[in-house]
Design a protein around this ligand. Structure first.
Ligand SMILES: Nc1nc2c(ncn2[C@@H]2O[C@H](COP(=O)(O)OP(=O)(O)O)[C@@H](O)[C@H]2O)c(=O)[nH]1
Ligand SMILES: [Mg+2]
Length: 169
């Protein structure tokens, strides 16, 4: 079975643990509890007739990514950077975080997830996104919706599979 290692990154309270719990336990909790250690779980996903194992790590939010437990990212196939546009403070560090991650982990695929689109969406969200034109936002999800999180991980795997097919050619 093919296995992918995925690490959740991003500021505190953007919904990393909510994404983790939704994928692994199919649960959503509406209160925020700071994640203080690294939590790792495996989850098997079926796409068509194939099965894939995702090893997902939820790392507590850090004031800056420079004081991160970096070894968790070294072997990550995907770094899933989560942000949300419901609070300005998350955007202030967006560019420096993404710059740091893309330079420090060039071998991991960096994917940016905008969470909480149930709260901020449509023109209001577009206005915020325009302020960060230099970055690609790969996914728009709400972690309180199991389908939204399921589609996210399915797409991540499909993208990885397409990438490896291209490399084989
Ligand atoms: N409305 C809404 N709330 C969310 C969503 N994702 C997370 N939350 C809430 O945001 C808060 C922070 O989530 P949490 O997963 O603990 O953030 P973390 O610090 O990044 O792990 C919690 O109160 C969650 O219930 C979402 O998609 N929509
Ligand atoms: Mg957390």
């Amino acid at each position: 079975m093919q296995r992918f290692t995925i690490v959740l990154a991003g500021p505190t309270a953007v919904g990393k643990t909510a994404i983790f719990n939704q994928l692994v336990h199919r649960k959503f909790c509406s209160t925020h509890q700071a994640t203080t250690r690294v939590v790792k779980e495996s989850k098997t996903l079926a796409i068509g007739k194939e099965h894939f194992e995702i090893q997902l790590s939820d790392i507590g939010g850090h004031r800056t990514l420079f004081d991160w437990p970096q070894h968790y990212c070294r072997r990550a196939d995907i770094i899933l950077y989560v942000t949300d546009f419901t609070r300005g403070s998350h955007q202030q560090r967006l560019s420096s975080d993404l710059d740091f991650l893309s330079h420090t982990y060039p071998h991991s695929k960096l994917q940016v997830v905008v969470n909480k689109v149930d709260i901020l969406q449509g023109p209001a969200l577009n206005r915020e996104l325009k302020k960060h034109r230099e970055w690609n936002f790969d996914f728009f999800i709400c972690a309180n919706n199991p389908t939204s999180v399921g589609v996210l991980f399915e797409e991540l795997i499909r993208n990885m599979m397409n990438k490896s097919k291209l490399q084989e050619q």
